[in-house]
Design a protein around this ligand. Structure first.
Ligand code: MRU
Length: 339
């Protein structure tokens, strides 16, 4: 059941990850005990979603320490391994932040690192619950009927330590009986919406449609949804928001239609050290992800691919940013850096 989904957990001597590349066909786990396997799992999106990779990165420091003990690494080799985990993906600030949070505990040994990583995991679940409540309160203060919500990518229990951010708000609306339907963008090229969001919503008995990414703007302009709610990989100090490729198109359509574009993210995703979206590194992934479909090449020989994994929605298009501490009205000038 998605209620019990635990994408990332410490199992005593390593990380137990749901292998998200296999969903929705198979719910299977990966047991990760070395740095190569962890970096590989993060890079091929077996574990994914900003908060989930932040927690995985934090536990990854303990994995590196245990491996160093087993294999007799010296200190520079250990620090290089920790850096490899920290830099496995560039856009979600949670990964580097998760690693940086636990490195001060390295001097006390792996158990201290594990305890701090577990604290991060527990905080994320609590934070997501609070995001759900704040977001639902804010939306229902403006609504006169059960809400029709558009979302992009996957922001549920699979993408976090548990519960979810944007999908956490959806779950809260559903629990309050104020959710009509979710339009889940399929989220090309890796289909986090069609594969993962749909899987989670189905288990939660939340009514939903999967729609092609290209349907999003039309759905919004035809008045078929009341709000778009997305997650974030990094929010800059001025409120510019990096999220899965396709998010900015959703935001532009919401602005034109005059409906709210809501970002749901914990403070661990806010990077006050980055002034604006221009400073956010955008991951570019293999062109094979867009030139092939189901293992078969769909583009002609010689076609080149452009495959940025994320885009940046300017703060002026973000109506509200919901965190565990409340709601900021970003397009009205209430930015994270100015609180
Ligand atoms: O490439 P992914 O699947 O890791 O991208 C994930 C997203 O863009 C999510 O929307 C974001 O990390 C927020 S998850 C709560």
């Amino acid at each position: 059941m998605a209620n019990d989904v635990q994408a990332v957990a410490w199992n005593g001597d390593g990380l137990r990850l749901i292998d998200q590349t296999l969903l929705p066909g198979r719910l299977d786990h990966l047991d990760v005990r070395d740095v190569d396997a962890l970096v590989d799992a993060i890079q091929r999106l077996a574990v994914r979603g900003a908060p989930a990779i932040g927690v995985a990165g934090a536990f990854g420091v303990a994995i590196a320490m245990r491996q160093a003990e087993r294999e007799g690494w010296d200190r520079p080799a250990l620090l290089a391994a920790v850096d490899r985990v920290r830099e496995a993906r560039p856009t979600a600030v949670n990964l580097a932040a998760g690693v940086d949070r636990v490195t001060p505990f390295m001097a006390k040994g792996p158990d201290a690192v594990i305890a701090e990583a577990q604290a991060l995991l527990d905080e994320d679940v609590r934070g997501n619950r609070a995001i759900g409540a704040h977001g639902a309160d804010w939306l229902l203060g403006r609504a006169d009927r059960p809400l029709r919500v558009l979302t992009h990518c996957n922001t549920g229990a699979l993408a976090t330590a548990g519960w979810g951010t944007a999908l956490g708000i959806v779950r809260e609306l559903h629990a309050r009986d104020r959710l009509d339907v979710v339009h889940a963008d399929e989220t090309r090229p890796l289909l986090q919406g069609a594969r993962l969001t749909a899987w989670e919503l189905g288990h939660l008995n939340v009514p939903y449609y999967v729609q092609a990414d290209g349907a999003a703007a039309g759905t919004i302009l035809r008045g078929l949804v009341d709000v778009a709610i997305i997650g974030a990989d990094r929010v800059a100090a001025n409120g510019d928001t990096a999220n899965k490729i396709g998010s900015v198109g959703v935001a532009l359509a919401c602005a034109d239609a005059g409906i709210p574009f809501v970002v749901a993210a914990p403070w661990s995703t806010i990077d006050l050290g980055t002034a604006s979206g221009d400073g956010i590194p955008i991951e570019e992934r293999s062109g094979d992800e867009v030139l092939h479909w189901g293992g078969v090449r769909t583009a002609p020989a010689g076609a080149r691919a452009f495959n940025p994994a994320f885009d940046v929605t300017p703060a002026r298009l973000v109506t509200a940013l919901v965190t565990e501490t409340g709601v900021m009205h970003i397009s009205a000038g209430e930015t994270p850096g100015r609180r």
